[in-house]
Each structure stands twice: as structure tokens, then as C-alpha cells.
Design a protein around this ligand. Sequence first.
Ligand SMILES: [Zn+2]
Length: 137
Amino acid sequence: MKYQFIGSLHDWSSVVGNYAREQHIPRTYKHKFVLIVNGLPEPARYGRSWQKGADGIASISGRYPELAHQLGHLLGATHRNAEVRFGGWWCETNMFAPSLLLRSNCYGYSTANMRSIDNYIRTGDGFAENSRWSEDR
Ligand SMILES: [Zn+2]
């Protein structure tokens, strides 16, 4: 499908909706559909997902944790709960945004985001199949 324009995530959600219907794939909080792309999903943006929704887009051309960041949104993680840590140098956890190139990756989620993801995976709390709200604006 075409992407690289504002609103491409809406189009991806339509594609996923039609595909899931055709293939009889249930739409539950355990079913996520992430389109992995080479370019930018939207101008100046490496990824976008519906918060606790089902669909997202992540680019492999962005920073290393972009896919983990978008999956995090789908599983209930937030920017607010991200952290900058220091262990000889500063690093950002997966959900930190906007990120500073000066800092490295922590290659993980903050404890608060791990708790949110764990709760979501166990309960599906807050799942919104038709969510059209993204924390990445
Ligand atoms: Zn984000």
C-alpha cells in the first residue's frame, strides 16, 4: 500500500480491517498488525500507532528502538512513563520521545511501561479495536 503521507495509518487500518474480515482473523487485544516499512510512514515521522489499538506502522530507517516503540504503544506503554537513565552515559528507554541523538538506547522499557504492558497482556484493559488516537502527533 502507499504510505509516506499524513493519514497513512488510517489507510493501513482499513487494509487490516478488510484483511482480517476476509481471513476470519479475530480482532482482539492479542491481535496486532504492524506494517514495517523502509521509508517514512508520514513526513518527518518514523512510526505511528493507535494507543492500545490494533494497528501501527514502523520504519526500519529510524532509530533502533522504533519498532519496539510502536509495539509499546499498541500494548499500552506511554511516553510519560519513559525514562532517561545514566550508567556512565545517558540512555533513553524505548518509549522516550522526542529522543535526543546525543543519548544512547537503553534497549528496554522503563519499569512503569513494563508494568503497563504486563497488565495489558494479562487483561486487555483499555483495548480499543477502532482506536484512532496516537500519542505520536
Ligand atoms: Zn510514541
